[in-house]
Write a protein that binds this ligand. Structure first.
Ligand code: SAM
Length: 253
């Protein structure tokens, strides 16, 4: 989630003024949709042209700068010769999923989202950013991606790409239950649902040596593990997001 800053609604309003770039001008903040879930409140808030996702009272992401959400998809798609089936966890504001769908080589995308309201708002086109994602090439699933990777629930693999952006990363979790996803147990599960030559990509709001070590721990001979640090400037603040990947060797022919 992006960036890893917990804010109250009041703080969010103040931030919105800075983003608008007009000194003293604070755009009206409108809660477009909100709902309570088993994992806390989920809300969509509009500040001028910006859409913001708040999960359990924590700023999750907005549409100010979505380069790294796109990069999570783009880097993986560029590496794979034939990414026909892709798993994305979670939906968020749909940026990563749309980047995957923009690649005509992708025949099918399974998007796994923990918060039922986000899927419902997408299907109902509650905001343009989430509208029209589900379709012939894309299925939305309400599930915990950990259960999907373990084969307990939801769509079944194998997938050519598994793209995980469900939390901040191992050091700033919004949902403590996501910890295992960044540990060898969860990453091994993600690796196990890949087709030959497949890739797991993980977004992190910070450089995470423990995540890199966990990926290396589950890698087998021939796998390739990488860490890419992506500097991002947002309203005068510098962030060092990071993309992690594990790539399987191609099938022997
Ligand atoms: C930062 S957003 C994802 C952003 C997304 N990459 C995009 O481009 O919009 C994280 C999403 O993951 C969801 N999520 C959190 N934990 C999850 C889990 N265990 N399984 C599936 N989805 C989860 C959250 O509800 C939220 O919608």
């Amino acid at each position: 989630m992006h960036p890893p800053v917990a804010v109250s609604y009041g703080d969010a309003v103040t931030d919105a003024g800075a983003r608008a770039g007009a000194p003293g001008h604070v755009p009206e903040v409108v809660t477009v949709a909100r709902a309570d879930t088993a994992h806390g409140e989920v809300a969509l808030r509009r500040r001028g042209a910006v859409l913001e996702l708040v999960v359990d009272g924590t700023f999750a992401m907005d549409t100010v700068d979505t380069t790294t959400e796109v990069a999570l998809a783009a880097r993986a798609l560029a590496r794979h010769p034939a990414p026909g089936r892709v798993l994305v966890g979670g939906l968020g504001l749909g940026i990563t999923t749309r980047a995957v769908l923009a690649d005509a080589r992708v025949a099918h995308v399974d998007v796994v989202e923990l918060a039922p309201p986000l899927v419902a708002w997408s299907r109902a086109a509650a905001v343009p950013e989430l509208a029209g994602i589900e379709g012939e090439r894309c299925a939305l699933h309400v599930a915990d991606v950990r259960d999907v990777l373990d084969g307990r629930h939801g769509p079944k693999g194998p997938w050519d790409l598994v793209l995980l952006d469900v939390d901040n990363g191992p050091d700033f979790l919004v949902h403590g239950c996501n910890a295992a996803l960044y540990e060898p147990q969860g990453l091994a599960a993600a690796r196990s649902v890949l087709s030959p030559g497949g890739m797991v990509g993980v977004w992190s709001s910070h450089v995470a040596p423990t995540l890199l070590a966990a990926l290396r721990a589950v890698a087998r001979p021939g796998d390739e593990v990488t860490e890419e640090v992506v500097p991002v400037e947002r309203e005068g603040r510098s962030f060092r997001y990071a993309l992690y990947s594990l790539v399987l060797p191609p099938a022997l022919t």
